[in-house]
Design a binder for this molecule. Structure first.
Ligand code: PLP
Length: 390
C-alpha cells in the first residue's frame, strides 16, 4: 500500500550518488576500499576498537553469539519485546531463549534479570545453570529498543556476577549514548562483549540492507572477520579449517553507508526536533503519551512510540490505527511478543507483565527524517479529535 505519510522511509541526499558512482565507474562492486573505510568510520564515530561489516544485523548477531561460545543446548536471556531477529539467531545455533520482561522504557528489566539469575539459577564451575532445565545460560542479549539505551550499568554488573557474555543488539540505536554514569559518553553497542548495528531500510542510516559487528577485543574481531568470509585459512588454495559464513557486506553497500553515516548527527537533530514537536502537539491530549528516554542518555530518536490508554474515547490503539489508515497514514503496533510466537510458545518466559502492557497500548508513529511540520500537525490533529483535555 502507498501511504501519504509512511512510517519510516530513508533519505539519501548526501554523498550517496558520488560514492556509489565511484564503485560503478571503477567496477569495484563486491569488495573494495569502501568496506574498510566504512568499518573505520563506524569505529571513529562509536569509538569501538574494531568493526566488521556484515550483510545484515542478523548475521552480525549470529557471529557474536558463536564467538561468545554459544553451543547447542545453551540458553540465552533475551527480551520478549523485540524484533524476532535476536531470538532466531539463538535457534540458528541450536541454543534456547529464556524470555525476559521489559522496563518502563521497553528495555530489558534489570531487576527481573537479577531476580532470575539469583533465584532460578545456580552458579556452577561450568557456568550459570538454570535450575528448571539444567542448561547453562551463556549470554544475555539486551536490545536498545527503538533507540533508547538499556541500563548497561546494571546489566554489566549482573553479567559479571553470573558469568554471562553480553551481546548488545544495537540494531536500532546507532548514535545513542550515555550522558552520565559509569558509561558516560559511551555509545550503545560498545559496552558489552559485542555490539551489532543494522542498516536495514527503515533504520536511522541504511545501506539498503547491512549490519556492523563491533567489539573491543582484537582476537575476537579477527575471528569474526574470518568466520564472515567462509573461514578461509588459505585464500589461494581455499583451505578451510572451520565452518564459516558468507556474511561480508559489499563495497557498493559500504559506499552508501559512509555517505549515510556522514549525515547521522544531522538526522538525529531532525528526529529530535520532530519528536519535540509531536510532544508539544500532543501535550493537551488526555490518555496518550509519547515514550520518553531514560535519564542521562542521548537517544537517537529512531522511533516515536505512542502509548494509548485502552479506553481513549472508546477508540484505543486499534481505532486510532484505523483512523490513521483512512487518512493514508502508516502507524504500526509494536511486535507480537516473542514468548507468544508459535516457534517459541513452549520456551521459558520469566514473569512477563510490562511487555504485555506495552504491547496492548503502543503504536509507532511516522518518524522519517523528511517528515514535514505540517504532517506532524496533521497526525496530531487526528489523535486530538475528540480527545482534547478540557
Ligand atoms: C532489534 C533488532 N534486532 C535485529 C535486527 C536485525 O537487523 P537486520 O534486519 O539488519 O538483519 C533488527 C532490524 O531489522 C532489529 O530491529
Amino acid at each position: 500500500m502507498n501511504y501519504k505519510i509512511p512510517l519510516s522511509v530513508p533519505v539519501a541526499n548526501g554523498n550517496e550518488w558520488k560514492y556509489v558512482k565511484e564503485c560503478l565507474d571503477t567496477a569495484w562492486l563486491a569488495s573494495g576500499k569502501f568496506v574498510d573505510k566504512f568499518e573505520k568510520a563506524i569505529c571513529q564515530y562509536t569509538k569501538a576498537k574494531f568493526a566488521i561489516a556484515c550483510i545484515n544485523g542478523t548475521s552480525g548477531l549470529q557471529l557474536a553469539l558463536r564467538l561468545s561460545g554459544v553451543k547447542t543446548n545453551d540458553e540465552i536471556i533475551v527480551p520478549t519485546l523485540t524484533f524476532i531477529a535476536p531470538v532466531n539467531v539463538i535457534s540458528y545455533l541450536g541454543a534456547e531463549p529464556v524470555f525476559m520482561d521489559c522496563d518502563d522504557y521497553m528495555n530489558l528489566d534489570v531487576e527481573k534479570l537479577n531476580q532470575f539469575c539469583k533465584d532460578e539459577c545456580k552458579l556452577t564451575k561450568s557456568g550459570l545453570r538454570n535450575k528448571r532445565t539444567g542448561r547453562i545460560i551463556r549470554a544475555v542479549v539486551p536490545v536498545h529498543i527503538f533507540g533508547n539505551p538499556c541500563d548497561m550499568t546494571n546489566i554489566m554488573k549482573i553479567a559479571h556476577k553470573y558469568n554471562l557474555k553480553v551481546i548488545e543488539d544495537a540494531a536500532e540505536s546507532l548514535g545513542s549514548y550515555f550522558k552520565g554514569g559509569l558509561y558516560k559518553n559511551r555509545f550503545t553497542g560498545t559496552i558489552g562483549d559485542f555490539g551489532v548495528y543494522s542498516f536495514n531500510g527503515n533504520k536511522i542510516i541504511t545501506t539498503g540492507g547491512g549490519g556492523m559487528l563491533v567489539t573491543n577485543n582484537r582476537k575476537l574481531a579477527e575471528k569474526a572477520r574470518y568466520f564472515a568470509t567462509q573461514a578461509k585459512n588459505d585464500p589461494i588454495n581455499y583451505v578451510h579449517s572451520e565452518i564459516g559464513y558468507n556474511f561480508r557486506l559489499s563495497n557498493i553497500q559500504s559506499a552508501l553507508g559512509i555517505a549515510q553515516l556522514e549525515r547521522l548527527e544531522n538526522v538525529i537533530k531532525i528526529k529530535k526536533k520532530n519528536y519535540d514537536l509531536y510532544k508539544k502537539e500532543l501535550s493537551d491530549i488526555c490518555e496518550v503519551e509519547l515514550l520518553g528516554a531514560p535519564e542521562d542518555t542521548r537517544p537517537n530518536y529512531w522511533f516515536y512510540s505512542l502509548i494509548i490508554e485502552k479506553k481513549m474515547c472508546g477508540m484505543g490503539k486499534e481505532g486510532l490505527t484505523r483512523r490513521f489508515l483512512e487518512n493514508g497514514i502508516q502507524a504500526r503496533p509494536i511486535w507480537y511478543l516473542n514468548h507468544m510466537q508459535k516457534p517459541y510458545r513452549n520456551k521459558q518466559a520469566f514473569k512477563i507483565e510490562k511487555a504485555i502492557w506495552f504491547w496492548k497500548r503502543t503504536l509507532n508513529m511516522p518518524c522519517s527524517p523528511n517528515l514535514a511540520e505540517k504532517e506532524i500537525k496533521k497526525i496530531s490533529s487526528i489523535i486530538k479529535n475528540k480527545n482534547t483535555k478540557r
